[in-house]
Every structure is written in C-alpha cells, then in structure tokens.
Design a protein around this ligand. Structure first.
Ligand SMILES: [Zn+2]
Length: 423
C-alpha cells in the first residue's frame, strides 16, 4: 500500500464532475472547475476532491506525499477511445505519394496501404510488435493519455489477429490502461481477394469464436464504407460478434454515407467513429441513441482533406460526442490527443471546454469505462495530468506543442518533464 498522494494548489482543477451519463449538448462544456483545487488519492483511487484549504486539512492529507500544482491546470488523463496501437513500420512512401497527388488506389497498387502494414505485421514477432507498441505507449503517456483502446485489424488472419489482441491485453496496466478491440473486418485480406462475403463468413465461423473464447477483446469493430465492407456485411458480422458477447463499434461514414451510423444505432453500438460524411437523418438518429459519436480530426488533417465531421450539428442535435486520435500509420500517425483537441477547436468549431470533455469523460463512455476514469471524482482512479499552463484554453490555443508537465495513472507517475517533484 503506497502513501496517499495530495495534489493541491491547482489554479484550475477540471474535475468534469457530473451525471453518470455521457455529456450531450449544453452539458458538454461543463468542466466543473474548482479554483485552487486539490485532490487526495489513496491506493490509486481518488478519495477527496475540492478546494485546497479543505482537502489539505484532512487527516489523511497531512501524512500524504505532496504534489504542488500552484498556478497550473490539473485535469483527468485523456481517454483515447480509438487507436490502432500495434501496427509495424511507418508508411512514409504512402505519405509522400499522397502529397504528390497519387490516389488511394494507386498507392495500394504500388504495394502501399493497409496491406503493406498487414504484410509487415504478419512477418513480425510478437516480441518486436510489443516493443514497438511500448514506445508508442510511452509517447501517449508523455502527451497525457492514461487510457486507450487498441484495435487489431493488421493481421487479417486468425493467428495474427489473436497475436495482436494478446499483445494489447498483455500491455494493459504496464503504463496505460488498454482496452483491446477485434477489428478483423478492417479490409479483405489477399486470401479472400474479391470475396468480401466469404471473408465475413470466415470471420463469423472461424475467428470470432476463437476471439471470444480467448477473452482477448471487449469490442468488435468493422470498417463500413464504400470501398470497404457493405452495410449488409457489417450487420452480419456485428450481429454475430454481439452474440459472442462482444460490444459493437463501427468505422462509419468516413468517406460516404451508406447508412453505417444508422446501423450503429440499430445494433446499439457503443460508438460510431469518424462520421465525416454523416447525413442529417443519421445525425438525428445518433442524437436520440446511446451510441457515442467519436470524431477523429487527425485523420482528416493528415490526409490533407477539408471535410471534418459536423461536430456542431452533432452537439446541437444532442449527440454525445467523443474525440480520439485514430492513431495509425496510414491516416493519423500522431499519438497526441492535444493535437486532436486543437483540430477540433479550429476545424470543427468545438470550444476548448467541449473538446476537453469529449477527450476525457465522453471518451471513457465510448469505452464503457466511465465509472473508472474520465473525470476527477471520488471512487474513480487517480488518473490525471498537470499542465504547464494556468488556463485550460491554452491547451488547444498553443497548438502542436506538449503542455503536459506530469501524467499520473492510478496515483503513480508515468511521465514527468522534470525530476519527480512529489515530496
Ligand atoms: Zn480507425
């Protein structure tokens, strides 16, 4: 049992205290800020949050280790609810080709795209993939993330998909909290070239039962779009996944509106992710549902596109909006959710407060973890950040730099920009 930890003097403590349901509409920007805020963490769990003068006088606070956050912002650790963590080498040739105007099809024909990553991942040892993932995890911690989702989807055969999920599960708790997602239906692998129905049937008959039996994934995800899996294929695959006890997520409406967001609502998916091309009826449907609308501006930015998801329309319709990095080597090679927040503000017209809530408490809801993380409230884990700024609005305002002074998960420091100042 470690000594309690007292964090005190925070100029702004963003607690995000509130209802146990996802934040919608006018609730989204309510950060429940405590000025001169303090928090006590015992055995990795928050036991008290409030004004410093009250918390400092608690008996347990007097014998605690102290973290003086005077003049700075303290906030919940980021919950990055959409990443493709384990992915093999960078796709630098694709990046350059795209800048020079090559199309997605030309890049794929030249040996790039998701299949490039698939070949590299299939050829890598589990040890090498895990070592590379640990480096990405350390970067995420440095940029303030304490919980992530990690998708498979670069193996596209039974053995490699299971290997990716086992690596993600084994890394859970090492530095970050990690929730694995089975994304077998990412693209059609070469073994099923031209036969997406056959591949979906193979996933249902052979792979899903193994994934479920091995208990290595909480969610199942499918890439449903033109050029990817159809609505009927996605419905078949996710219906089977739900029968195996997995919860559904969908890569929906990224390039075209083919009804994927409505399918997410129909199947009671935990989240529908991307939504750059979502239509008005689908916005209304998702707003009336419990499905979280997870927006991923990093991929739009990296692809050099201009159509971002209609965040304002979603928020105004009453949808529960979350923000994530979509960290992956093809379309969003950035671990920085701070950058996603900046993009959300300038490109999607979310306010800094809305974007921060979307990247913390609503991200936690998108992973079914809102009882454990995403806000600074008693009985939740002591997952928090100290930022080198006095006002949270500086986080997106000064874009592209790291504002994190310290990242703490379960009351333990996982990143610090100086020598550990806890006394
Ligand atoms: Zn993705």
């Amino acid at each position: 049992m470690s000594k309690p930890l007292l964090v005190h003097g925070a100029r702004q403590m963003l607690t995000l205290r509130g209802a146990s349901t996802p934040r919608r509409g006018g609730q989204l920007p309510d950060l429940s800020i405590v000025e001169s805020g303090a928090m006590l963490i015992e055995d990795g769990v928050i036991t008290h949050v409030g004004p410093s003068r009250r918390i400092e006088n608690l008996a347990a606070a007097r014998k605690a280790r102290e973290l003086d956050a005077t003049g700075r912002v303290v906030m919940p650790g980021f919950v990055d609810s959409h990443t493709h963590l384990i992915h093999g080498p960078a796709r630098l040739a694709d990046y350059e080709a795209r800048i020079l105007g090559r199309s997605y099809a030309e890049i794929a024909a030249a040996g790039g795209g998701i299949r490039f990553t698939m070949r590299a991942v299939r050829a890598s040892s589990a040890k090498r993939l895990a070592t590379e993932a640990q480096a990405h995890i350390a970067t995420m911690a440095r940029y303030g993330t304490t919980t992530i989702e990690a998708k498979s989807g670069y193996g596209l055969d039974e053995a490699t998909e299971l290997r990716l999920l086992r690596i993600a599960k084994a890394l859970d708790g090492d530095m970050l909290s990690i929730v694995p997602t089975f994304l077998g239906a990412h693209v059609v692998p070469p073994e099923f070239e031209g036969d997406p129905d056959g591949y979906i049937q193979h996933l249902i008959d052979a792979v899903l039962p193994r994934v479920a039996a091995a208990k290595v994934a909480r969610f199942a995800d499918v890439y449903c779009d033109t050029g990817a899996f159809s609505l009927a294929q996605a419905r078949r695959y996710l219906t089977a996944a739900i029968e195996y006890g997995l919860e559904a997520k969908i890569h929906a409406s990224q390039f075209a509106e083919i009804g994927a967001a409505a399918l997410a609502v129909e199947l009671k998916a935990v989240s529908a992710d991307h939504l750059e091309a979502i239509g008005v009826p689908e916005i209304e449907a998702i707003a009336r549902s419990a499905t979280i609308a997870t927006l991923l501006p990093g991929s739009v930015f990296h692809l050099g596109l201009t159509r971002y998801a209609p965040a304002r329309k979603l928020i105004e319709a009453g949808a529960a909006v979350a923000l994530a990095t979509d960290y992956n080597p093809g379309t969003s090679p950035s671990c920085s959710i701070q950058m996603a927040i900046s993009l959300a503000c300038t490109q999607m017209r979310m306010t800094p407060a809305e974007a921060i809530a979307a990247a913390t408490i609503n991200g936690a809801h998108a992973l079914g973890l809102a009882e454990q993380c995403g806000s600074l409230e008693t009985a939740k884990y002591g997952d928090f950040l100290v930022l080198n700024v006095p006002d949270y609005r500086e986080l997106p305002y000064s874009f592209g730099i790291n504002h994190v002074a310290m990242t703490v998960r379960h009351g333990e420091v996982i990143y610090c920009d100086k020598d550990d100042p806890i006394q």
